[in-house]
Structures are given as structure tokens and as C-alpha cells.
Ligand binder design. Structure first.
Ligand code: AOF
Ligand code: ZN
Length: 417
């Protein structure tokens, strides 16, 4: 029996039931393994073997090679295994390019006959930019497919597995499911809520301030933290700031590490009244790096034309009492393929995102300096508190060249309002 796929209803906590025999339509069994069975104390579910976990880990590591390059698609990795050895490797490397499974099967060549394919996402069964992977898998003579998690794309969800099963291929799912969902947090968020994954990054003083009382000099966090932030930008589809940050700091918001990939994240400025200076670094570099300025419906049309003439995309969105409607901006970003948004400041953007419960993850760089009451606080009103008891999950504290870094997921309310 195969459960229905309803991404809007608690995706990730459902799907294929474990079956011991053939599925309804298939000629081969469909199974769900529960790698997390011991965590949940769930009786009767089967866990992937150590070998399953080893191969799926390798597939997950391969998937990371597409990080930052494939949105609005998911990152996906795959390995082809014969007689306990990996004989083919593949990953989805760029949007519009071949899918992980086809790359891995091609890499394996004839060795894919009778093999087991490990893939981090349910293989697709529909034509998109590429032919269905289920077809390539069938043609390659794969005997068994183990995937980590169902594809929340409603055209694929459950159907990919059923298609394989109907072709006589043994199908297992659920190995390292939690890790696979985390690896595609932006894709899952988009498919289930229509919103991107939002990572809020703030560098703050020990007393929670982002600027000294005199407004400057600009904060210099450690070299290690700077590199970490640039890596966060590289893994994001867009970096978002408020116009106050542009006016105060004139940032570039690019990844400027020596070994940085050629692709840069888009920049989004939240700028209700179009105050972004035409001579700012962001506007000057708009021809090279996608630059979006979101403003209110009533913002000046001439100003919009001047920005557009310089290569800036201007998005007009609704306003709320607090400023621009952040949810509208994020929805538009996600539907335009920007699935991972890094929010970098300042306090009004950070507070607005917190109040609206739009933050999925935080990264706070806490730097060894005290600014005192005259410094600019990192947050204004954020609504209900966030604490380890109320909202933060999987917290991690680390050191970054003299700064302390706090990272945690923010347990959201799952509704898409
Ligand atoms: C897979 N393996 O590596 C990926 C999958 O436009 P296309 O052809 O690239 O198809 C995009 C859809 O395919 C995407 O929305 C998602 O459902 C799935 N992505 N599936 O089997 C892959 N990238
Ligand atoms: Zn595919």
C-alpha cells in the first residue's frame, strides 16, 4: 500500500508504508526503512544497514557538489553499487543539467546491470529539462533502488517509486531521510510552503549590539568569521539586507574568497521608498550580479526607472504597518528560483523576519567587544522569545577565530499563510 502524497500536509512525516510483499500496482516490493527508528523508539520499523548508511552518506556528500548551483532544483547525489563496491558516482551539478542518477549510471556503464542505486531523492518520473530518471534506471538494468526521501514535487512524489516498482525494481526509501531533508531545506520549504529557507546571520557584540554608539567604525569580525560568512553567501541564492545597511555600510554582499566560485548570489535590498543610492556598490555592480530592490507600491517611478536603467530589478510589493511585507518578498524570491536567502541585516530586517516567524535558521557571530547602551541593538521587538526551550533546535556553539558562533534551526509553525 502506498500512501498519498500531499506535500501541503506535513510533508516529511508520511508516505510509503512498509510493505512486506508486492505493492498494489508493482511487481516488486516497495519498502520504507526507518533509519531513525531507534531515536523514535518506534517498534517494528526496519533500519538501513551500516552499508546502506555508508553508501547513502557518499551520495549525500556528492549532492553537496551542486550546492548553490542548482536552484530551483534540489541538490541530489547518487552512487551505483555492485558487489559491495561503488562503481558509478553522480550528482546534479547545475540547473538544466543531467540528474544525479543518469550521471552515476553513465559513469558505471555496463556495471549498472544488476546493481543497486543509492540516491538522495526519489528518482523523477516526469519529463522536465531532462528525461525521467526512472526510465534511465530501468534501461540501465538496475535491480534495486534505495532512496533517502520522497520528492515533494507533486508530479513525482510517490509516483517515482511506484514507476520503478511497476518495472520490477525493488525499491527502498528512508535511509538517512532526516539528513536528506536537511540537505534540501530550501527546496522542501519552497515545495511545501512557497517560501525560501531563510538563514539569519548577525555579527554582534557581547552585549548584543551591531554598532558602536558613534555608529562606526564598521565591525570587523575575525578573518575566520569573514570567510565563514562568504561561504554562507556562496551556498545561498540571495543575500538580503535593509536599505539602512546599504546607506550605512555600502556593502557588496559578494563571496570574495580567493577560491570563490564564479557564481555570486543575487542581492535583495528591502527599500520601501527606493532610497538605495545609484552610486552604491550594489547598484554599480548590478550588471554583473543580479540585484533586486523591493519597494512599496507607491515608490517613485522615476527612481525605479533610474535603478532599472542600471540593471537593477525593482519588485513592487505590499506594505504592512511595519514596512514592506516580508512574506510577499520571500514568496516572490522563491517563485523566482531563489530558494536559499541569507538575511544579513540590519535590526529592522532581523526583527521583522523574527516577528513574522520567517527565519528558519540563525547564525550569530558573537564578537569579543562590549558597546554599551548607546550601541545599536541587534533586534527591536521580535514578538515571542526564542530560546532552547521555545523555538531553537539542534543548537551548536563553536569558535571562529576569537568569535563565538551560535547556530540553530528555528522550529517554525508549518503553515503557509
Ligand atoms: C532526480 N534527480 O538529480 C534531480 C531531480 O527540470 P529538470 O528536468 O531538471 O527536473 C526538475 C525536477 O526533477 C525537480 O523539480 C525535482 O522534482 C526533480 N529533481 N530528480 O531524480 C535529480 N535534480
Ligand atoms: Zn531525475
Amino acid at each position: 500500500m502506498v500512501a498519498r502524497c500531499a506535500p501541503e500536509v506535513m510533508w516529511g512525516a508520511f508516505l510509503m508504508h512498509t510493505t512486506d510483499g508486492a505493492s498494489e500496482t508493482g511487481t516488486a516490493p516497495l519498502h520504507e526503512m526507518d533509519h531513525a527508528a531507534s531515536d523514535d523508539g518506534e517498534a517494528g520499523s526496519r533500519r538501513g544497514t551500516a552499508e546502506d548508511v555508508r553508501f547513502m552518506s557518499e551520495a549525500l556528500a556528492l549532492a553537496e557538489r551542486g550546492r548553490g548551483l542548482v536552484s530551483p532544483n534540489p541538490v541530489v547525489g547518487a552512487v551505483v553499487v555492485r558487489d559491495g563496491s561503488v562503481v558509478g558516482r553522480g550528482w546534479h551539478g547545475r540547473y538544466g543539467g543531467p540528474h544525479a542518477e543518469t550521471v552515476a549510471l553513465e559513469d558505471a556503464g555496463d556495471l549498472s546491470i544488476g546493481s543497486t542505486l543509492y540516491v538522495t531523492l526519489e528518482p523523477c518520473c516526469v519529463w522536465g529539462n531532462t528525461p525521467p530518471c526512472t526510465r534511465a534506471i530501468e534501461r540501465a538494468g538496475v535491480r534495486k533502488v534505495v532512496f533517502a526521501v520522497e520528492d515533494p514535487n507533486p508530479d513525482v512524489c510517490g509516483s517515482g517509486a511506484r514507476t520503478l516498482s511497476a518495472a520490477g525494481i525493488e525499491v527502498w526509501s528512508g535511509v538517512m531521510k532526516r539528513e536528506a531533508i536537511a540537505a534540501n531545506a530550501g527546496y522542501v520549504s519552497f515545495r511545501t510552503k512557497g517560501l525560501p529557507h531563510v538563514l539569519l546571520k548577525i555579527a554582534m557584540s557581547l552585549d548584543g549590539r551591531v554598532k558602536a554608539p558613534d555608529g562606526g567604525p564598521r565591525w570587523t569580525s575575525s578573518e575566520a568569521s569573514r570567510r565563514a560568512v562568504h561561504a554562507m553567501r556562496a551556498a545561498s541564492d540571495a543575500v538580503m539586507v535593509g536599505v539602512e545597511t546599504v546607506l550605512a555600510d555600502d556593502p557588496e554582499l559578494t563571496d570574495r574568497r580567493e577560491d570563490a566560485p564564479a557564481r555570486q548570489p543575487a542581492r535583495i535590498v528591502l527599500d520601501g521608498a527606493l532610497r538605495t543610492p545609484l552610486e552604491s556598490k550594489l547598484v554599480s555592480s548590478a550588471p554583473d550580479v543580479r540585484t533586486i530592490v523591493a519597494c512599496g507600491r507607491a515608490a517613485d517611478a522615476e527612481r525605479e526607472a533610474a535603478l532599472a536603467a542600471r540593471g537593477v530589478e525593482v519588485w513592487r510589493v505590499e506594505r504592512t504597518d511595519e514596512g514592506l511585507d516580508l512574506r510577499s518578498v520571500l514568496r516572490r524570491a522563491a517563485s523566482g528560483g531563489l530558494l536559499y536567502v541569507l538575511a544579513e541585516g540590519g535590526p529592522s530586517v532581523a526583527s521583522g523576519l523574527m516577528r513574522e516567524r520567517l527565519v528558519d535558521r540563525v547564525a550569530f557571530f558573537i564578537c569579543p567587544v562590549v558597546y554599551g547602551a548607546g550601541g545599536l541593538a541587534a533586534f527591536a521587538d521580535i514578538g515571542p522569545e526564542l530560546s532552547l526551550r521555545e523555538g531553537f533546535a539542534s543548537p551548536r556553539w563553536s569558535l571562529s577565530g576569537g568569535d563565538v558562533v551560535f547556530e540553530a534551526d528555528v522550529a517554525g509553525d508549518e503553515t503557509a499563510s
